[in-house]
Structures are given as structure tokens and as C-alpha cells.
Design a protein around this ligand. Structure first.
Ligand SMILES: Nc1ncnc2c1ncn2[C@@H]1O[C@H](COP(=O)(O)OP(=O)(O)O)[C@@H](O)[C@H]1O
Ligand SMILES: [Mg+2]
Length: 324
């Protein structure tokens, strides 16, 4: 009798170049036609208008999967993140978390779902509260969602969370200014983990850190995924890192996704001119390769947003935006 091999960890799945796609069960997160418009006053005519920061973004995220969201600054990545978390209400579309449409829920109905989905930001220092010890900061969501706890039980949970992110007990009673950047991001990750979420939205989580520390935080995120089956929406403009840790990638331009597919699709067979330009702008480690590389540029209509289009499937799971 054949025994099925043990399930591969997320790291092993990433290591195989043709990793099988995640199993076909309902996705943890499904985003359909998400859009966010901001009211603006036109300086020219004093007229009220709207600025479409995100214009109809759709993607899904399975359990244990990491989706990379890449694109130039201002393309709408953080707006997508804030709308997913309902920190800002989308102006259109649906955000289905485990099948429930978050946009339809009121603040009190959202509360239990906030446990499922957490966010970490680029700048851990501004996320921390300067007047709260690290331990209190990590315990805060537990107290908010579960009420006051017996002191000892709470301390044990906080200690376990600190251990999980590689900080020791002596750090618990210190204040944010006493930590390094990498340690501060670890504290933010510990807080995000406090309620055992299934999905973490990581908005440029390593951008503000020293290069040597970046790898440590990435390793920590991968280790947590392997242990707990976490899903990540990993927002970054570091394409090398995205290639290293993501299963699938979505490329954003001017508020829209212009290409999405597996890491292999995007990095080995980019189809959209913008994806090609983005890849050609990353530095190769090999100087000879870097010198011989051909750069491509992509400039859609100058200031305008993209016009109507649709996503064409060029190979299974690999979609490219075509303008109408
Ligand atoms: N509150 C806001 N009001 C008006 N415009 C905004 C607001 N927040 C973001 N924007 C605009 O939306 C666009 C997308 O921003 P953002 O989501 O932060 O991009 P990214 O994270 O990809 O750099 C930018 O042009 C930004 O100026
Ligand atoms: Mg951003």
C-alpha cells in the first residue's frame, strides 16, 4: 500500500519550482472588484471631483498561501491593504473573508472577524505606543477582544508570543525607544499574532529595516507560516524578496492589477509591458548579466488612470490586462 508523503511545508512548496497550486477549496480571502475613490478639489476649477486610488481590484488568497502585491509607489497597494482591513471603507466591490462580505458589516459585527485578519506596517516605531511597554502593547488586543484576564494567564500568553517572535522575557517590560528597528517589528508581529489570526496583511514590513535585519524578519514570517498555516498578503517593491517568499504575485499599476500569476509566470514569463519594465529595473547580482541586460520602459498615458480593460488568461492561472 502506498503511503501519501507528509504534507509539504510552505517553505518546501516554495523551493520546488513548479509547486502545485494550493488545493481547490474556498479561498480564505476573496476580493472582487474592490475600489476606493477619494473626493478631491480640483485646483484648476475649484470643482469637486473624485480620485480613483483603487479601481476594481480582484484576487483571492488560499490558506497557507503568500500573495505578493507589487507596483510602483502610489499604485494603490496600501489603499488595498486599508480597505481589506476595513480601516477605510471601500467605495465599491466586495471583500469576502471566509465567505462573509466585510463591506456589509457594521463596526460591532466586524470585531470578531478582526481576529482572523491582522496587519503589520512598514514603520514599526510609529505603530508602537511610546507610553506602553512592549508587553502591554502585545497584550492589548487580548484584553480588548477577550476582556480582563487573570494576570498570570495573560503574562504566560505574552511570554509565549515573545518567544514565538524571537524576543526574550527581559524585553517585556521595556519601552519602544529601547529597541532596535528589527526588534520593534518583532513586537508588532507578536501583537498581530496575539489573537491567532489566519491572515496577515504585511504592508512593506521590511522596507524600513537594515538589509541584514530584513532577512531575519522574512525568516520569522516564513517560519510562522510553516508552523501555523498563515496566509500573507505581502506588499513590497522588493521584487527579489517577493520572488523568494511568495507563491503568487499581483502587479498593480495606477489602481489596477495588470498581471497576476504564479511566481514562475511573473518572473520567467512576464507578459504585460509594465511587469517587464518593473523586472528590468531590478538589479542583477551578476555584474556581467547586469551590464548586458536590456532595460524596457512603460509609460501609459501620462497622468491618466488606466481605461477600460479585461484580464485575459494567457496560461492556467496567469492573467494579463488588455485594454479595450
Ligand atoms: N486619504 C487620501 N486622500 C486622497 N488621496 C489619497 C489618500 N490616500 C491615498 N491617496 C492616493 O491614492 C494613491 C495610492 O496611494 P497608496 O495606496 O498609498 O499607494 P502605494 O501604497 O502603492 O504607494 C496615491 O496617489 C495617493 O496619493
Ligand atoms: Mg504604500
Amino acid at each position: 500500500m502506498n503511503h501519501a508523503p507528509p504534507p509539504a511545508t510552505a517553505t518546501e512548496r516554495r523551493a520546488t519550482s513548479h509547486a502545485p497550486s494550493p488545493p481547490a477549496r474556498p479561498p480564505l480571502l476573496q476580493v472582487e472588484g474592490l475600489s476606493k475613490e477619494y473626493p478631491v478639489n480640483s485646483p484648476w476649477f475649484g470643482r469637486r471631483g473624485v480620485f480613483t486610488a483603487v479601481g476594481g481590484v480582484s484576487f483571492s488568497l488560499a490558506k497557507g498561501e503568500t500573495l505578493g502585491l507589487v507596483g510602483e509607489s502610489g499604485s494603490g497597494k496600501s489603499t488595498v491593504a486599508r480597505c481589506l482591513m476595513q480601516l477605510e471603507r471601500p467605495t465599491g466591490g466586495r471583500v469576502l473573508l471566509e465567505g462573509q462580505d466585510l463591506a456589509q458589516l457594521g463596526q460591532s459585527e466586524l470585531r470578531p472577524l478582526r481576529r482572523v485578519m491582522q496587519i503589520i506596517f512598514q514603520d514599526p516605531y510609529s505603530a508602537l505606543n511610546p507610553r506602553m511597554t512592549a508587553g502591554r502593547f502585545v497584550a492589548d488586543p487580548i484584553i480588548i477582544h477577550e476582556g480582563r484576564q487573570p494576570r498570570q494567564a495573560l503574562e504566560q500568553r505574552v511570554e509565549a508570543l515573545f518567544a514565538k517572535v524571537g524576543l526574550d522575557n527581559s524585553h517585556i517590560h521595556r519601552y519602544p525607544h529601547e529597541f532596535s528597528g528589527g526588534q520593534r517589528q518583532r513586537i508588532c508581529i507578536a501583537r498581530a499574532l496575539a489573537l491567532s489570526p489566519r491572515l496577515i496583511v504585511a504592508d512593506e514590513p521590511i522596507t524600513a529595516l537594515d538589509v541584514s535585519i530584513q532577512a531575519q524578519i522574512i525568516n520569522l514570517l516564513q517560519q510562522l507560516q510553516d508552523e501555523q498555516g498563515l496566509s500573507y498578503l505581502f506588499i513590497s517593491h522588493d521584487l527579489g524578496m517577493v520572488r523568494h517568499i511568495c507563491h503568487r504575485v499581483a502587479v498593480m499599476l495606477r489602481g489596477m492589477i495588470v498581471e497576476t500569476g504564479s511566481v514562475e509566470d511573473i518572473f520567467n514569463d512576464p507578459r504585460h509591458l509594465y511587469t517587464q519594465a518593473l523586472l528590468s529595473a531590478t538589479l542583477e547580482a551578476d555584474p556581467a548579466l547586469e551590464r548586458s541586460k536590456k532595460r524596457t520602459f512603460y509609460s501609459p498615458t501620462p497622468a491618466g488612470r488606466l481605461t477600460a480593460g479585461y484580464m485575459r488568461e494567457v496560461s492556467p492561472g496567469h492573467f494579463v490586462r488588455e485594454e479595450l
